[in-house]
Write a protein that binds this ligand. Structure first.
Ligand SMILES: Nc1ncnc2c1ncn2[C@@H]1O[C@H](COP(=O)(O)OP(=O)(O)OP(=O)(O)O)[C@@H](O)[C@H]1O
Length: 365
């Protein structure tokens, strides 16, 4: 059957490789020095298409790559290889997504609105609705770092649904609020379904998945294990979960170790050979042109920054020069102060500016 619906998201052979640096300091070190942490493929050659108006649930055990895949679709994390084509505006709702801890909930609403290209007037018009939906009451003027994860999720959810995206990605944000808020959020998602939006939602609630999803994408240790109609995939997923629960502790640990080893030893050529194997299994020998096209597509590398020694030297030089100029000309702050607290130059500015915009808005009411 020829698919007539509009393709909204097209993902081809996407991977994400991470260095398993144990701490943030180790990660920072690896930017400037040669380090030897093992590499690990969190997503291994995922391909799928999502159409206008459908709701796709993303399931899988902890650490299977669901959030990483969704962050790549939302454009927040770049893939290591492969391509993602988006036909529309995406908005990611995830616990903490894009919220700044040092500024208030209200200032976060303004900041996120500005980042999404809304004008001051548009933000002012929606401000009261967003605050009302979030149910945060007077906490809206408290710094977000004082919020619980449920409160952050309520704020994130409320902001995202009011920015009216046509592709909505909900990453577990439906399960961290209280029962009433979750029901309200589900109803909002159902409204979006009726409006024909494309929705992805990551969920560990299998009942919610069966109730809401048209299709299900099952991630398994970085691979797309199955993608299809909700009932067919969920029946298989349930079967796997029950089989896994039926194993003893040693069998479970062995299984995890084996899969983890596959994630470390994986290479892009595995996707290529897997594709050829699948084609042959279905009785079709790919032509040389087809094989070359698959090879090229699999090996499409994204522009992940690889810094040369000169780049690193330049970065340090530019930072020092900026600090010097800021000290001498613009801010008249002592060099020692800046060295002790470099972020003060930025953090002092942002809340003041957002506060000024809020005051203007209140005055205009
Ligand atoms: N920034 C990162 N650096 C290194 N490893 C990462 C990073 N982000 C995720 N990972 C690793 O990638 C794997 C997939 O993580 P991801 O958060 O996508 O899984 P998930 O399926 O969403 O898990 P959960 O259901 O527990 O939320 C995990 O092993 C995780 O530790």
């Amino acid at each position: 059957m020829v698919e007539t619906r509009k393709t909204k998201v097209s993902v081809s052979y996407v991977t994400k490789q991470y260095e398993t640096a144990p701490t943030k300091i180790d990660k920072a070190k690896s930017v400037f020095f040669k380090t030897n942490f093992p590499m690990f493929w969190a997503v291994r050659g995922v391909s799928f298409e999502a159409y206008e108006g459908e709701t796709i649930a993303v399931v899988g055990t902890n650490g299977s790559g669901k959030s990483t895949l969704m962050k790549m679709v939302a454009g927040i994390v770049p893939p290591t290889s492969g391509t993602i084509d988006i036909n529309g505006e995406t908005s990611l709702i995830a616990i903490n997504a894009g919220l700044r801890g040092n500024i208030s909930g209200r200032q976060n609403i303004r900041l996120k609105g500005l980042m999404m290209g809304m004008t001051d007037a548009e933000i002012n018009e929606k401000m009261d609705d967003i605050i009302a939906f979030s149910e945060l009451g007077k906490f809206i003027d408290q710094p977000v770092k004082t919020y619980s994860s449920g409160m952050k999720s309520k704020l994130g959810f409320s902001i995202s649904v009011h920015t009216n995206p046509d592709i909505l990605i909900v990453d577990e944000a439906l399960s961290v609020g209280d029962a009433t808020f979750n029901r309200k959020s589900l109803n909002k998602i159902k409204d979006f379904q009726k409006q024909g939006k494309t929705i992805f939602f990551v969920s560990h609630s299998l009942g919610q998945v069966r109730e809401m999803a048209d299709r299900v994408l099952w991630m398994h240790y970085g691979e797309l294990r199955m993608f299809g109609e909700t009932k067919a995939v969920m029946d298989e997923y349930d079967k796997f979960v029950n089989e896994f629960k039926g194993m003893n502790a040693k069998e479970q640990a062995d299984y995890r170790r084996e899969k983890r080893a596959e994630q470390e030893e994986f290479s892009l050529d595995d996707i290529y050979t897997g594709e050829l194997r699948e084609a042959r299994k279905s009785g079709r020998e790919p032509s040389d042109e087809e094989a070359t096209a698959i090879y090229k597509s699999v090996h499409t590398k994204q522009n992940v920054a690889v810094w040369s020694k000169f780049d690193k030297f330049l970065i340090v030089f530019v930072i020092l020069a900026m600090l010097f100029v800021a000290d001498k000309i613009a801010l008249n702050l002592g060099m020692r102060n800046i060295m002790q607290n470099p972020t003060s130059m930025i953090t002092n500015w942002a809340p003041d500016k957002l506060h000024e915009l809020d005051e203007k808005h209140k005055g205009a009411k």
